[in-house]
Design a protein around this ligand. Sequence first.
Ligand SMILES: C[S@@+](CC[C@H](N)C(=O)[O-])C[C@H]1O[C@@H](n2cnc3c(N)ncnc32)[C@H](O)[C@@H]1O
Length: 132
Amino acid sequence: MAGTEIRTDEGVVIFEGSPHKAKVLYGNLLWTGALALSKFFATSSAAPPVKGRSCLELGAGTGVVGLTLGSMGAEPVFITDNEPELLLLMKKNIEANNLSDRVQTFCLDWADGKSFMQQLPDLVVAAATQQR
Ligand SMILES: C[S@@+](CC[C@H](N)C(=O)[O-])C[C@H]1O[C@@H](n2cnc3c(N)ncnc32)[C@H](O)[C@@H]1O
């Protein structure tokens, strides 16, 4: 899996993939909304506390928000998407940040209730906006 390596302001290492597949995979790219949400959790006094809390990221793509939360002490963190290729990219990003003890991937399609997780997390996050 090829990929550009990016280090966020919060110190999280993210590999992107190519979106240009038979089916375009936008989640292979890091989006500004995800960077903004990561920064919000890391820097804003208005953000809810995350240390020791369970988190679920929907449509996670690269997984940057969940990885940022994991790096801040949230656990367990589930970074989820409905695209199997993105789950592989997220696993690579979990390893790149040495966060496999508290962050894991899960295949979740928000349009398919059968794929939902059984556990109710403390916090649910999701991000998407313009490409960087
Ligand atoms: C524009 S990308 C944003 C990725 C990431 N959240 C970010 O901001 O960098 C949208 C993401 O939503 C995922 N997605 C789209 N439909 C979905 C569905 N029904 N269930 C789960 N994920 C979905 C896509 O695979 C993709 O990873």
